[in-house]
Design a protein around this ligand. Structure first.
Ligand SMILES: [Zn+2]
Length: 179
């Protein structure tokens, strides 16, 4: 049986160096969204996380690998040059998502009343999204044990009041606190 060629070789063979931009443009197969894809052991794999790992000698964090969470500084979706890659953190992704939410909400407000048109400006969206990001990050941090104890007692009491007993029975999953 033929020994499979090393991944580095296959990556280099399937791409073309563009001297002007310094990009390494993928010439091999692409997935349905147009992102470079390669078959490894019969499985389709995203090329960029692989190129990142192979050329930099360190893999991406696992929850970043399944989807292309690499942003290309050159903006070319077929470039696989590791120097053109920046890895988007969970926080970056959350910020992007919040910005979309803020924008949609601002659009609705602005459509309803033109006085709110300022809310659709990029500076406003950016500032508002960053504020909300901070709130969400703060909300996702576990509270200190003292605070947790108070919250637990309040929760037990409110459940007890609802059920008409002293609330000493074991509780189900605690409900997330409102944000
Ligand atoms: Zn590039």
């Amino acid at each position: 049986m033929k020994k499979p060629r090393p991944i580095e070789e296959r990556l280099i063979e399937n791409s073309e160096y563009v001297p002007g931009t310094g990009c390494l443009i993928w010439k091999g197969r692409v997935d349905k969204n147009g992102y470079p894809e390669i078959k490894v052991d019969g499985r389709r794999v995203s090329v960029r996380p692989l190129a990142y790992a192979v050329f930099r000698g360190e893999p991406l964090h696992s929850d970043l690998v399944s989807r292309p969470q690499i942003q290309m500084t050159c903006g070319d979706r077929c470039c696989i040059h590791p120097d053109h890659m920046t890895v988007k953190s969970d926080e970056d992704r959350l910020l992007t998502q919040i910005k979309q939410e803020v924008y949609q909400w601002a659009q609705i407000k602005a459509d309803a009343n033109s006085r709110f048109r300022f809310m659709t400006r990029p500076e406003y969206i950016e500032a508002e999204a960053r504020k909300q990001l901070e709130v969400r990050i703060a909300a996702s941090q576990p509270p200190s044990p003292e605070i947790q104890d108070i919250l637990d007692r309040l929760r037990r009491r409110s459940v007890g009041l609802q059920q008409g007993h002293d609330g000493t029975e074991p509780l189900g999953d605690p409900r997330p606190l409102p944000r």
